[in-house]
Design a protein around this ligand. Sequence first.
Ligand code: FAD
Length: 354
Amino acid sequence: MATRSFPVLDPIDTDVVVVGAGPVGLFQVFELGLQEVRAQVVDSLPNAGGQCVELYADKPIYDIPALPVATGRELAEKLLKQIEPFGAGFHLDQQVSAVARRDDGRFDVATSTGTRFIAKAVVVAGGVGSFQPRRLKVDGLDRFRGTQLFEHAATLHEHAGKRVVIVGGTAAAVAAAIAAGEEGAAAAGSVTLVHRRDDFDADEATRARLNALRSSGRVEFVAGLPEAAVEAGGKLAALTVLGSDGDSRDVPLDALFVLLGWSPKLGPIADWGLALERKQVVVNTASFETSTPGIFAVGDVNTYPGKQKLIVCGFHEATLAAFAIGPAAPVHDDEHQAAQAARRRAVMHWTVMH
Ligand code: FAD
């Protein structure tokens, strides 16, 4: 399997590291911001929004106060807008792998790509865990991960004009086939969608768009199961697909997008010494602090009597956690104080304008 090495970076000094950029992690930044607490946010996905974006981007949500209806994606966008004034740092596409107490009482936090933080507190907003892509079990594919094999559609536009093969029947696979197949600067040279049957997780309008692209020849559909990787000159040249008719065929490619969905794994959070109950982090409901002082847990990742896995419940938890973490200790430094005052003014202005 290919290994990736990352540079050793200087640690980022911050008040709080928020683990997870789902809706609750995002709102946590807002509540911390009101307390003048600086935050850095890390997520293993390449975009913010957690389940709302990855699992139901286009599904309407009706139970957010004062927001009669918003899709998962719209809610994430609104939360990102709401936290803009606080200037939190975002570190996406990397998993928080280690959290350890330092001698000075703060925490060392490290990610899978080498980003390091020194933080006074950590808020775990990890939801159902890190989303890990469901992998295609075909020998020889792994070594092309990141060069020709991708498990998220975020980099699709980089393959304009190339031969793109997409595997999967998920909403993300269909959306990628449409994005690559439609005319425009990001259009692929050719698009082949491979799925075991001609049935996709997509609403009627999306299916109609896909069918139009299939009829016009912009997207080719192949029903079958990928069974082998074909290499030529050190590159991934084609995917061998066993068709539903029993015949195998090679589908030539430059880039392979495997979009089979996500499986959540609590992952490294389980190794940070926090008390757990059925793979959920146990918290004190007065502060949402975990069994380790200074580490808090909010949103779907935690458990307590009466817990409901709902976004509004997570918002309440984030609010109490921010109060428990409290305002950052004053720093007697003119530049810092001017920045704090500017941030306060931005929030006041923003609150009046919206
Ligand atoms: P998540 O949204 O799960 O986000 C957690 C984030 O943490 C993820 O992005 C993950 O990648 C990241 N993460 C985890 N571990 C790490 C790590 N070690 N390092 C870095 N990142 C990490 N709720 C409602 O209130 N109303 C609804 O209508 C509604 N509809 C839903 C429909 C569906 C189909 C589903 C599946 C859920 C629905 N929910 C709804 C539930 C709601 O989506 C969750 O309660 C909410 O997403 C929880 O937010 P969260 O921020 O705690 O976690």
